[in-house]
Write a protein that binds this ligand. Structure first.
Ligand SMILES: [Zn+2]
Length: 140
């Protein structure tokens, strides 16, 4: 019982933090590695039970389709694979940045923890309620 209360408190604190951090929805957000690292940790704990290993690499670059990407690179020669997070240099506001980062983390979770295709399938959307509790939005 005690453990559950502690966990709920963490979720509530995290939600408040997100609300505070995203209060100004008019303000453009400039992407930086520090925030990516910071929120990776926060989301890993609040959404993924700290199960996720960090992305093998993170790139801030222009993306033609979508607002972020979790890209898997496979070396057939070496028999290894690694995952690269790609984020855009700026977002409409911080909320959009956080929604994008958490979205790509679900793909990482699908592919590394569940060995799933990483599509927008049932497994992907099983996170919808968890996202809602943090005031995040999980969409395509
Ligand atoms: Zn996606």
């Amino acid at each position: 019982m005690k453990k559950k209360t502690t966990k709920n408190n963490y979720i509530i604190r995290t939600k408040k933090r997100i609300l505070r951090d995203t209060a100004d929805c008019q303000k453009k957000y400039i992407t930086n590695f520090k925030d990516i690292r910071k929120y990776f940790k926060i989301f890993n704990k609040s959404l993924f039970k700290n199960e996720l290993n960090p992305f093998n690499d993170v790139k801030i670059k222009r993306i033609v389709r979508g607002s972020g990407q979790c890209v898997e690179y496979i070396s057939y020669r070496k028999g290894t694979n690694f995952f690269v997070l790609e984020m855009m240099p700026k977002y409409k506001n911080k909320m959009e940045f956080l929604n994008t980062l958490s979205h790509e983390m679900v793909h990482l979770w699908q592919q590394t923890i569940k060995k799933d295709t990483g599509n927008h399938n049932k497994l992907f959307f099983s996170f919808r309620n968890k996202f809602k509790r943090l005031n995040l939005k999980l969409s395509y």
